[in-house]
Design a protein around this ligand. Sequence first.
Ligand SMILES: [Zn+2]
Length: 231
Amino acid sequence: MEIRNLLEDAVLSLIDELFATEEKDKRLGFCTCGQCRLDVACYVLNRIKPEYIVSSRGLAYRERDSLERVQRRADIITTAKEGWARVSHQPRATADHALQRIVHDLPEGPAFNFPTVMGRAFNGLNFEPLASGEVRLLMDGKPLPMVDANWQNPFVLAQATAGTFIFWPRPQASKAAGEESRFAFELCVEVPGFDPVSHYFELDLASDRAAKDEFSLQRVHKIPDLYLFPR
Ligand SMILES: [Zn+2]
């Protein structure tokens, strides 16, 4: 059993669409870097009312009134543009908008491409998103290297992103395209004054012909919401 927010998938694919269009025709004049894409996704997800379902594979999508669906799509687009206007071209503490698409030192030849790993951390007592603290993504007990310096590990939780954390692990070299391997990850959340929480997960991956250096919200591994309790 799995609790899913139906809107999350709709929001992520709609934002990918908006960014792809803007990359092509540049009508809005907004930045289309990976970091802005994420910031816009967080902005929208934190403002659109979630719609949860319990399902084993997300098939239980209730058919909705089409008018309502069209309206919801319009709402998501409006909110996305609002958030995009805000984050686009804004100076960033850790990242340069222009640097996002240039990724150095990726392995040459076949590689295992990891999805981005995304989740949220909440205070288990009042369900408020955690706005401080650190999240680490580990493999074999060591922090996993990220695709480039704009992606931090540990990820620092902040007010602006409302408990959301995200990682894009650096691709790993593989012997031949199509090689299959299982990777075990540990995610540790540490927030001052709270008991730390660890979440373990595994991904079965087949390697690709080359390392991917292009960010897409479609390749996201979502972690179930994590709850921390005050000490
Ligand atoms: Zn940007």
